[in-house]
Each structure stands twice: as structure tokens, then as C-alpha cells.
Design a protein around this ligand. Structure first.
Ligand SMILES: [Zn+2]
Length: 182
């Protein structure tokens, strides 16, 4: 699905608003919650979640930002891969491969060869929205379009889909451009 252009058949639904303060310095966001960044100022440029803080090695700001970026991708894969398997089994749909990327304008996509791709930025926001995108792309394994049949199958597989699609649409501009302020 591509934000903005996707789901033309959806009626507007009231948004939940966004609890994320994208201007807040010194934190990353995970599941809509702030996690303080703790730079060590030295060592290898690796980020690790430790006792509610993101401890990040590396000497320069560039290294720290790169380490956070890599951490987000790992974190996204850790959450998305099992969900693709669990929901795939539930729906009888098998993805051949899971890709995690940082597509500038997309939350997810599905290729005809069975690769499902997801934007790591989904882990910044609502876990339910991430869940929705996973189900949306899995349904595309069967319906490679946004036909009526696609939306019917999606509604059956994920009844709350309008709420999550609306949340993503309302917040995608900020979610897609956000960078940690450090
Ligand atoms: Zn789609």
C-alpha cells in the first residue's frame, strides 16, 4: 500500500490523534512511546535496548544516527517476521521472503514473486497499525490489486482496518520524515 493513494474506497474515520512528539530531543519512539537515547561517546557504533534506554556507541553524531537506523531495522524485522508467519498461517498465505526497508512513500508492498516488504518506520507508531500493514500485504499475495475482493478479504482478516489505515494516513508525513534529534 502506498500512503495517500491507497484505499480510495475507505470512508473517512476519525483519527486517534498522535501522542508522539516528533520534536522531542534525545529520544527515539517505539510503539508510540519515547525511549531515551544514551550515547556512550565511544566504542563500536552499535545501539542496544537496555533497561528502557537505547544505549548507543560510536564517536560521532553520524555514527550514532547510523547505529540507531540499523537498530530500528533489526527491531522492525524482529517484530514483523514472526507476525508474517503467524498471520500467514492463520490466513493460509505464505510469503516467500520478508524485506525491511525505508521506502520514502510506502508502508509496505507485495511482489508477485511473494516477497513482502515493510517500512521499518512502522515500529515508531501504533503496534496495531503495523499489524494492519502486515495483514494488508499478506492479502495482496492472493489479490494483487485493490479490488473489491481485496477489501472484502482484508475486512474479514482484520476488521479494524479502517481505523489503522486512517491513523497511518493522518500521521504518515511526520512518521516518514522523522529523525532522532541528538
Ligand atoms: Zn495495498
Amino acid at each position: 500500500m502506498s500512503p495517500g493513494s491507497d484505499s480510495p474506497t475507505l470512508a473517512p474515520v476519525e483519527s486517534d490523534g498522535l501522542p508522539i512528539d516528533f520534536t522531542r530531543p534525545g529520544v527515539i519512539w517505539l510503539d508510540e512511546l519515547p525511549v531515551p537515547i544514551e550515547p556512550t561517546g565511544t566504542g563500536k557504533a552499535v545501539a542496544r535496548l537496555r533497561e528502557g534506554r537505547l544505549v548507543v556507541g560510536g564517536g560521532s553524531r553520524t555514527q550514532v544516527l547510523a547505529a540507531i537506523d540499523r537498530w530500528y531495522r533489526r527491531e522492525a524485522r524482529k517484530r514483523i517476521e514472526p507476525l508474517v508467519v503467524i498471520e500467514g498461517e492463520r490466513l493460509g498465505l505464505e510469503a516467500k521472503k520478508v524485506r525491511i526497508g525505508n521506502q520514502r512513500t510506502r508502508w509496505g508492498s507485495c511482489s508477485t514473486s511473494g516477497t513482502v516488504s515493510f517500512n521499518w518506520r512502522l515500529v515508531i507508531g501504533r503496534p496495531e497499525a503495523l499489524h494492519y500493514v502486515v495483514v494488508h500485504e499478506l492479502i495482496h499475495l492472493r489479490h494483487h490489486n485493490h479490488s473489491r475482493a481485496f477489501w472484502d478479504a482484508l475486512a474479514e482478516a482484520f476488521p479494524d482496518f479502517k481505523r489503522e489505515a486512517t491513523w497511518l494516513r493522518s500521521n504518515e508525513r511526520e512518521l516518514l520524515k522523522w529523525k532522532p534529534r541528538i
